[in-house]
Design a protein around this ligand. Sequence first.
Ligand code: OAD
Length: 229
Amino acid sequence: MIKKKIVVFTGAGISAESGLQTFRGSDGLWEGHRVEDVATPEAWQRDPESVQRFYNMRRIACRRAQPNAGHLALVELEKYADVYIITQNIDDLHERAGSKNILHLHGEIMKAQSSRDSNLVYQLQKDELSMEDKCKMGSILRPHVVWFGEAVPNMLIASEIVKDADILLVVGTSLQVYPAANLLYETSKDCKIELIDPNAHQMRINSNVILHSGTASEILPKWVEIYAE
Ligand code: OAD
């Protein structure tokens, strides 16, 4: 049997049940910080130490977190379909769960990049980056994350992956951040789109999208079980 191509587009919600906070919680803050204070090039110019500290804390939280039943269900899905994961998350929980094809749109917290040349990327062997850590050209290493106002280099690859998907499964994203959210409009007309989110029925979304209200760890294992039948 020919396997279908399933693209899974994930956001912070899939990692919520692993203990990592989403971005747009009820207080509008991300771990007590305004996003502009920590996730912009301006914040880095103004106060790089605070930005490093903030991402060091995120890295420690990420290291302590474990993949949940939602991440694991997507690994199981690989038995039945060609699965491609496009994630907005900077954590490495899809990797640690064991998924094979993973594209990070907004960077990876466990990596650092040169503050002068974003193509110089290093896998981190420790949790804390300091202003003493330099790239091979001697420039400070910053977190390998896409900040607001920066280009999203993997967006073109993501568009290519999505365009011939048979199914696009959207999990745990508020779809408020562009260009990432545009992926829903880059599918072929035959692609079936399904969305899993506790707020699915409150989201303003095209009527052709099949909505599943619930958390990733509740719905994804059942979704995979039904798909496998
Ligand atoms: P948001 O915080 O905007 O949205 C998280 C979504 O997850 C919401 O729709 C929640 O209802 C849903 N959710 C919460 N708990 C869930 C659970 N247990 N299971 C499933 N869904 C759940 O996060 P993102 O959409 O990922 O960008 O945010 C997109 C981007 O904005 C991030 O990648 C980041 C941020 O600023 C950058 O850092 C560039």
